[in-house]
Design a protein around this ligand. Structure first.
Ligand code: NDP
Length: 396
């Protein structure tokens, strides 16, 4: 029988049940919004799909530094329904065509881009032109050239760009970073990550993920990115060489333009190795383990929306550190609100998103060349370690 934690995690990731507008709306209605702190920052959420309805909007009921200020959607009826649940007036609803008018709304300081990956660059750049700060979902974009344009647009507008790496705000992952830094498991030797889910072409939310032009890389771009990002923040260094291999059944109608399973290896300057896989034809899995010279640190699940667990294995016996659960989306939005108010550092700027894109593209290049080694050393260095900047929060 499935354990409670697994069931909660799978459901929490949105892999077990389709989210509907009424479900999100009734959650919002049932949960009174938290009182805003003075100076709370207004957020416009762009794209009302599964992630926005299921996680982001409910989390905006919990945040004290940030609140929902506007909605941007191609479906006015859906937007009106959600707006009503959040007490927003019709004037706070924009379409993709009227989006640029947000420039005239001083109640919006942050634009949160929650659109298919191929639309991230366009709406990020338009938001900067409107004078807003941008929180953009992962993966940052589809091409490296888009990443460069997004970073340049933010600099030109003198506005902040943060990529929404929720796990860098998630207590189990931040606790793990600290355990690795303090030497509890010895010298890190290997980080192994497994990320995947089952996809369904008839689900519109999966259909674009299975389209190379819109997703920019199928399972690798959608889920593998968590494993790549986790390996980097756990080891606190950057890979200099990667390899990748794919296994894809081209007779499966889901995999006409994207690969299904991609396995990768990354070599780090310290001698540590990162390895992992991403897959769109397996049960929902987001786990990783870090193997040190003395002990192992296991997070399974490690990157779900909730129910993540940590175990230190080996040595004098297994230990399961107790970590208080908080809403990682709320924590992330509260943090970014503080970034734009100049109170906290931006721990995941565009450069951090672009580094993962660089690695994803290097892995895809290796896949295309039968697993050949691809060197990558762009000189990127993380400016802020989430282990010490975000720290472990017990509430948002
Ligand atoms: P969905 O497909 O469920 O939602 C995307 C929304 O974008 C749609 O509902 C639609 O909103 C809007 N949209 C506008 N144009 C299009 C188009 N041509 N095709 C499809 N949708 C369109 O995707 P998700 O919510 O799952 O993912 C959105 C983003 O969030 C992605 O970048 C994804 O990688 C990221 N993500 C991040 C997660 C995390 O844990 N950080 C988890 C899940 C996703 P409307 O109808 O309002 O116009």
């Amino acid at each position: 029988m499935e354990s409670d934690v697994t069931r909660r995690g799978v459901m929490g990731l949105g892999l077990g049940a389709a989210l509907t507008i009424p479900a999100a709306a009734s959650f919002a209605a049932a949960t009174p919004a938290r009182a805003r702190a003075p100076g709370s920052v207004g957020i416009a959420v762009v794209g009302l799909g599964k992630l926005s309805l299921g996680q982001i909007l409910p989390a905006l009921k919990l945040t004290k530094n940030a609140h929902l200020a506007a909605l941007v959607s191609g479906k006015p009826e859906k937007a009106r329904k959600v707006a009503a649940e959040f007490g927003l007036p019709d004037t706070a609803i924009y379409t993709y065509d009227t989006f640029d008018r947000i420039a005239d709304d001083p109640g919006i300081q942050i634009v949160y881009i929650v659109l298919p990956n191929s639309m991230h660059a366009e709406f990020t750049i338009r938001a900067f032109k409107a004078g807003k700060h941008v929180l953009c979902e992962k993966p940052m974009a589809v091409t490296l050239e888009e990443c460069e344009r997004m970073i340049a647009a933010g600099k030109a507008a003198k506005r902040q760009l943060m990529i929404a790496y929720r796990c860098q705000f998630e207590p189990v992952n931040v606790t793990a970073m600290r355990i690795l830094r303090d030497g509890t498991i010895g010298t890190p030797r290997l980080v192994s990550a497994v990320m995947g889910k089952q996809t369904d072409l008839s689900d519109p939310s999966d259909a674009w993920r299975l389209d190379m032009a819109m997703s920019g890389g199928g399972a690798l771009a959608d889920m593998g990115i968590y494993g790549i990002n986790a390996t980097r923040y756990l080891l606190l260094e950057e890979p200099v060489e990667v390899r990748g291999w794919a296994r894809t059944d081209r007779n499966d109608p889901r995999f006409k333009t994207v690969d299904d399973m991609i396995a990768w290896q990354m070599r780090f300057p310290s001698g540590a190795i990162g390895e992992g896989s991403s897959c769109f034809s397996q049960p929902g899995t987001m786990s990783w383990q870090a193997i040190g010279s003395d002990r192992r640190l296991v997070a399974d699940p490690g990157c779900f929306y909730g129910g993540n667990t940590l175990r230190i294995v080996g040595g004098k016996g297994d230990v399961q550190p107790s970590v208080a659960e908080i809403d990682q989306f709320g924590n992330e939005m509260n943090w970014f609100a503080d970034v734009v108010r100049g109170r906290s550092p931006n721990i995941a700027p565009g450069e951090e998103g672009m580094q993962d894109m660089r690695i994803l593209h290097a892995i895809m290049r290796s896949v295309a060349n039968g697993g050949a080694s691809v060197k990558i050393d762009a000189g990127y260095k993380r400016a802020h370690d989430p282990a010490t900047t975000v720290g472990i929060r017990t509430s948002i």
